[in-house]
Design a protein around this ligand. Structure first.
Ligand code: AMP
Length: 147
């Protein structure tokens, strides 16, 4: 029996991410659902003048980051058999953009990795916590082993 029709993998290209990707693919196959990918280039203010001389504020790395991320996303898409039209590359806050893409594309299951964080890290909130908080669809948090 199929429960989900559209599975979205939030991909961060980390080593642990492979496990999350595998799980998303399995779930999509089991449900005969579409699998889509989203990666968000974080818009941390790396060009902010307040960083002083460490990072010159007239250097904008956005284009380079986007190009590198696009290549990684295409490679992952190829590995998982996800066509280019279902690979989203966004810029902004990962948790908010992941949730937005899910909503705009009738995703009914979001798959993300979740580190076994606690204490301060949990209070500050990881991407998984944020997605869980804002998403309107089901979310599967694949528990990742922290090294
Ligand atoms: P984090 O808590 O930020 O280390 O990430 C937990 C999970 O959130 C990862 O395993 C990914 O599934 C997802 N994630 C983190 N960063 C991004 C990103 N920039 N774009 C898409 N998904 C992400």
């Amino acid at each position: 029996m199929s429960i989900y029709r559209h599975v979205l993998l939030a991909a961060d290209f980390s080593e642990h991410g492979k496990e999350v990707a595998r799980r998303a693919k399995q779930l999509a196959e089991l449900n005969q659902a579409q699998l889509s990918l989203v990666h968000v280039v974080d818009n941390l203010p790396i060009t902010d003048a307040s960083y002083g001389p460490i990072i010159p504020f007239d250097v904008d790395l956005t284009e380079e980051l986007m190009a590198a991320a696009k290549k990684r996303l295409a490679e992952l898409g190829e590995e998982l058999g996800v066509p280019a039209e279902r690979q989203w590359l966004e810029i902004g806050s990962p948790k908010l953009e992941v949730v937005r893409i899910a909503e705009e594309n009738a995703v009914d299951l979001l798959v993300i990795g979740s580190h076994g964080r606690h204490g301060l890290a949990l209070l500050l909130g990881s991407t998984a916590n944020g997605v869980l908080h804002y998403a309107k669809c089901d979310v599967l948090a694949v528990r990742l082993k922290d090294d």
